[in-house]
Design a protein around this ligand. Structure first.
Ligand SMILES: Cc1cc2nc3c(=O)[nH]c(=O)nc-3n(C[C@H](O)[C@H](O)[C@H](O)COP(=O)(O)O)c2cc1C
Length: 359
């Protein structure tokens, strides 16, 4: 099989596994259960006046929710991405596409990523993997990815654990930091540093900021596990075992969000197992700008089309609004101002004390 057809079939396999297998790791949660918000017993506001409008990288969105990048590069992906784009444009929220590596290696796949062709108004976040720039990509491929889809921003994903579990994974990461700097220096659109489900610690979040990132998507553990997806399709004899304890590796989304929002000034996105309005509300109280959601939206779309995906997101956004009501917050700004009403318990408290983020 050629390199480009390999990528194409891998991407399709990823989606099929994500939809048909249990792709979460047993015992790994998003961590928000350790964070309680002290309720406000007198919300001095009208529920119907609550606004979820949010600013992100100079744009205003109707809700602080993002469909995180998932797919592209094979025929079925065109329908998926264009459907997601229509839903996002309708709801006034941004979306990402999956890694555009396939688009660079096989120009015929452009249409599967190029959602603006049909939905010009959607705010679109392109996607490439940082390790690719240690291998065979340079700034011209970066430009190709941005220009090919007319991206409003570009996510550069980091996924060392996924690569480690992938049968054909890329393990030579030399030059990754300097490549990231080259990208941000060159890019005309904001660059978002993004993990895919094992979390970014504050040390790396700060470094990404110093090297020119415009935002951090912490991509924490607790939701879709990429190491698990890769191992489900890895037939190598010496591959990691699916019940190896290292599968729980990573920083959960709650801790990664708390760390990043404590240490960086650029916007933070919380993605990874953010499957309830309550978890989303807590991430926003911590100071996140957006909450990202991937697999459940794809599942809704495949099960019931655009209507079901839209309904799912509509409900999710309404659930965030309900938390805002219970917190007496009429705007996201006033919700974020309530960070001192977060109570941190158990393992998360020990973690944050040990990391000297709280005292
Ligand atoms: C089918 C599928 C494909 C994905 N492909 C990519 C990708 O190409 N690039 C990327 O940065 N993240 C990718 N992701 C990761 C998501 O953006 C997200 O970080 C992760 O799935 C955690 O969110 P969730 O728990 O809501 O699924 C993919 C996720 C899914 C479900």
């Amino acid at each position: 099989m050629s390199n480009s057809s390999q990528i194409k079939s891998r991407k399709e396999e990823h989606v099929n596994i994500a939809l048909n297998e249990n792709v979460r790791v047993k015992g790994v949660t998003n961590g928000f259960e350790d964070f309680e918000i002290v309720p406000t017993s007198v919300p001095d506001l009208d529920f119907n006046e609550i606004s979820l409008r949010t600013e992100f990288l100079g744009k205003t969105f109707d809700a602080p929710v993002l469909i995180a990048g998932m797919t592209g590069g094979y025929p079925r992906a065109e329908k998926i991405n264009k459907s997601l784009a229509r839903v996002c444009a309708k709801l006034g929220i941004p979306m990402g596409v999956g890694s555009q590596r396939a688009m660079i290696t096989n120009k015929d796949t452009l249409a599967t990523f190029n959602v603006k062709e049909e939905v010009p108004d959607v705010y679109l976040i392109g996607n490439l993997g940082l390790v690719q720039f240690s291998l065979d990509f340079g700034l011209s491929q970066f430009d190709e990815a941005v220009e090919g889809v007319n991206a409003d921003a570009m996510a550069i994903h980091v996924n060392p654990f996924q690569e480690l579990c992938q049968p054909e994974g890329d393990l030579d990461w030399r030059g990754a930091w300097s490549n990231f700097k080259k990208i941000t220096k060159h890019s005309k659109v904001p660059v978002i540093a993004k993990e895919v489900g094992n979390g970014i610690a504050w040390e790396e979040a700060v470094k990404f900021q110093e090297l020119g990132a415009s935002a951090i998507d912490v991509g924490g553990a607790g939701g879709t596990s990429w190491p698990k997806i890769e191992l489900l399709r890895n037939e190598k004899e010496d591959a990691l075992s699916l019940d190896d304890p290292v599968l729980s590796w990573g920083i959960n989304t709650a801790l990664a969000t708390y760390e990043a929002t404590s240490k960086v000034d650029i916007p933070v996105i919380s993605t990874g197992g953010m499957y309830s309005g309550l978890a989303a509300g807590k991430a926003l109280v911590m100071g996140s700008s957006l909450v990202g959601i991937a697999r459940p939206v794809l599942q809704a779309l495949i099960d019931g089309g655009e209507e079901r995906a839209e309904k799912y997101l509509h409900r999710y956004i309404l659930d965030i609004k309900r938390v805002m009501f219970l917190m007496g917050a009429e705007t996201l700004q006033s919700l974020r101002a309530k960070r001192d009403r977060l109570v941190i318990m158990g393992r998360s408290r020990e973690w944050l004390l040990g990391r000297k983020i709280i005292s």
